[in-house]
Write a protein that binds this ligand. Structure first.
Ligand code: PLP
Length: 433
């Protein structure tokens, strides 16, 4: 049997971990549904899903079966050199479920690559060059995607300078409105500022606006319901494409199949990864036929993009999401969790705000509800205490003070109760210290 200490020692010696503040001290050896098991046989209720990936549960049997079948048949041939059936099937399925008009898909391996594709398509199609993004956004770790990421903390100065021709609009973040406004009496100034950003921070040569329907890594920030409608009006006026980064919000996570559906807006292109293939690596960028066809030979390619095993798994994964109506399930479970967390807020002063949609939920922790001073250390401590109690939650946000609850969407109410009780108990323990 694997000894956890051996794995940790080998990590220390041979795996680059200096790029993260720490690796959680759990050697995960197996997973099933909403539970993972470590090398010592200890079980944990997983409320982070490998950063919002295993929406259909760990080792979903339908996904595993499809991947195994494909493994026996063909591992690789390259989707851009030969025709591959799983690629064709998945592309057709994405065209069926994506918002109307989005039809053609380019496949890659990761979220960052999917976003790179969206940015390249916007530039190629519009023949313009600048990109508009949001402050506090996160779009990946490649050079291009870091350049459109609105977080100084992730754009390390020592690796810069980053790409130019990128402008950032204010975050639609009501709890800490950057414009000092208060929703709903604000006239959605944050959306209106998109126009100011175009007019005063660009050369009016903007190809695309890239944005997450809910900002995940930024701290589970939920833009007001009018935001993207207002934004799209402005973008259309200036001939700017809207590229929705659904890498974290896609595939039922927020209680809709795609996060942008909450906003009654159709983007011009969408980027997918994370939950698309139930845990196998795959990225995808789906656009209208006209936009997608603007790529000419030589403009884009990926050796592994559209790997047949990942694509076969993705088809089974999406079928499961539709057959089990996971959007509704995430929505109902999410309402239940939010209601219980709101009750915790009444008891624990540290909780500044509970927010989210579906099972993409964040709790922003503050030392003082008036000043909203971030309680980052306490957030890390609560995550640690939860882990000790057998519950894995996420920790994030630009200020490091957001607890993230993003479990597999098939999680049972009993497992959710276990998780919330542990969160509750952890808050008590932190308050008593
Ligand atoms: N876009 C969003 C919204 C993300 O949350 C992430 C990852 O967290 C990415 C892009 C990058 O995805 P990947 O890590 O697969 O490159």
């Amino acid at each position: 049997m694997t000894r956890s200490t051996d794995v940790v020692e080998a990590y220390k010696e041979y795996v680059v971990t200096s790029c993260v503040s720490r690796v959680e001290p759990v050697v995960v050896t197996s997973g099933s549904g909403a539970v993972v098991t470590d090398a010592d046989g200890r079980q944990y209720v997983d409320c982070f899903s490998g950063i919002s990936v295993v929406n259909t549960g760990h080792c979903n049997p339908k996904v595993v079966e499809a991947a195994k079948k494909q493994l026996d048949q063909l591992l690789h041939a390259c989707a851009y050199v030969y025709y591959l059936e799983p690629v064709a099937k998945l592309a057709e399925k994405l065209a069926q479920i994506a918002p109307k008009g989005l039809k053609k898909t380019f496949f890659s391996n990761s979220g960052a690559e999917a976003v790179e594709c969206g940015i390249k398509l916007a530039r190629k199609f519009t023949k313009k060059h600048e990109i508009l993004a949001l402050q506090r956004s996160f779009h990946g770790r490649t050079f291009g995607t870091l350049s459109v990421t609105g977080q100084a903390g992730r754009r390390s100065y020592s690796m810069g300078p980053y790409l130019g021709s990128i402008a950032f609009a204010p975050t639609p973040y009501c709890y800490r409105c950057p414009l000092g406004c208060e929703y709903p009496n604000c006239g959605i100034q944050c959306a209106k500022m998109i126009e100011d950003t175009i007019r005063y921070s660009t050369s009016n040569d903007v190809a695309g606006f890239i944005a997450e329907p809910l900002l995940g890594e930024g701290g589970i920030i939920v833009p007001p319901e009018e935001y993207f409608r207002e934004a799209k009006k402005i973008l259309d006026e200036y001939g700017i494409l809207f590229v929705a980064d659904e890498v974290q919000t896609g595939f039922a996570r927020t209680g809709k199949l795609f996060g942008i559906e909450h906003y009654d807006v159709t983007p011009d292109a969408m980027c997918f990864a994370k939950a698309i293939a139930g845990g196998l690596p795959l990225g995808a960028c789906t656009a209208t036929e006209e936009i997608a066809n603007s790529f000419q030979p030589g403009d884009h390619l990926s050796t592994f993009g559209g790997n047949p095993v990942s694509c076969a798994a993705a088809v089974a994964n999406i079928d499961f999401i539709l057959e089990e109506d996971l959007p509704s399930r995430a929505s109902k479970s999410g309402e239940y969790v939010m209601q219980r967390l709101e009750e915790l807020k009444d008891r624990h002063e540290l909780i500044g705000e509970v927010r989210g949609k579906g099972l993409m939920i964040g709790m922003e922790l503050v030392k003082d509800r008036e000043t909203k001073e971030p309680a980052s250390r306490e957030t890390a401590r609560i995550r640690e205490l939860c882990r000790q109690k057998g519950v894995l939650v996420g920790h994030g946000g630009v200020l490091g003070n957001v607890l993230r609850i993003q479990p597999p969407l098939i999680i049972s109410q009993e497992q959710l109760d276990t998780a919330i009780d542990s969160v509750d108990q952890s808050f008590k323990e932190v308050a008593e210290r």
